[in-house]
Write a protein that binds this ligand. Structure first.
Ligand SMILES: [Zn+2]
Ligand SMILES: [Zn+2]
Length: 172
């Protein structure tokens, strides 16, 4: 559901998230330019700035499934718990960028919003990969027949996560 809300947010801001995601992660780590990411990249040696000389590995971008697989190859040593923590940090950074950017309407602020939203989905992918969950498959299961509750392609029931079935099963 957090992924679907992130997609909704990108739609709302008219961001082509697929293109933006592959642009930021073009098949390699955007900091060290390697696949898998250089072990030193996560240390203090990590360059401050993103590399700008990297080209998109696949011009047709590939599916969301491909994106998740590519990230797990770039970052094979991710762990669930730290990735989950980082995904919250990225969400907070995205909210901050939106809060700051929407008040000023500057192009560079908008680019930061796009970049932060891409980081949110990248970290959700990381958590899912650690847990052997294919997000594209799970999204198709949940949303493949339209709204999960009313099943219209354009929801007519005002579905929100408030009325979604609980994530955990019934307490034993
Ligand atoms: Zn790296
Ligand atoms: Zn509905």
């Amino acid at each position: 559901m957090s992924l679907s809300w992130t997609f909704a947010l990108a739609n709302n801001l008219k961001i082509d998230l697929e293109a933006a995601a592959w642009k930021k992660f073009p098949g390699v780590c955007p900091y060290c330019g390697r696949r898998p990411c250089d072990p030193l990249c996560n240390s203090k040696e990590r360059p401050e700035k993103l590399r700008t000389d990297l080209t998109v590995a696949r011009l047709d971008h590939g599916s969301f499934h491909d994106f998740q697989c590519m990230l797990s190859q770039v970052y094979p040593n991710n762990e669930s718990r730290t990735s989950a923590g980082h995904s919250f940090e990225e969400l907070a950074e995205a909210v901050q960028a939106i809060d700051f950017g929407l008040g000023r309407h500057e192009q560079q602020d908008f680019e930061l919003i796009v970049s932060e939203i891409v980081d949110v989905i990248a970290h959700i992918c990381a958590v899912a990969s650690c847990e052997q969950i294919d997000l594209a498959t799970e999204m198709a299961k949940k949303f493949g027949n339209g709204c999960p509750r009313c099943h219209y392609l354009e929801c007519r029931c005002n579905f929100t996560t408030d009325v979604a079935p609980p994530i955990r099963g019934p307490e034993a």
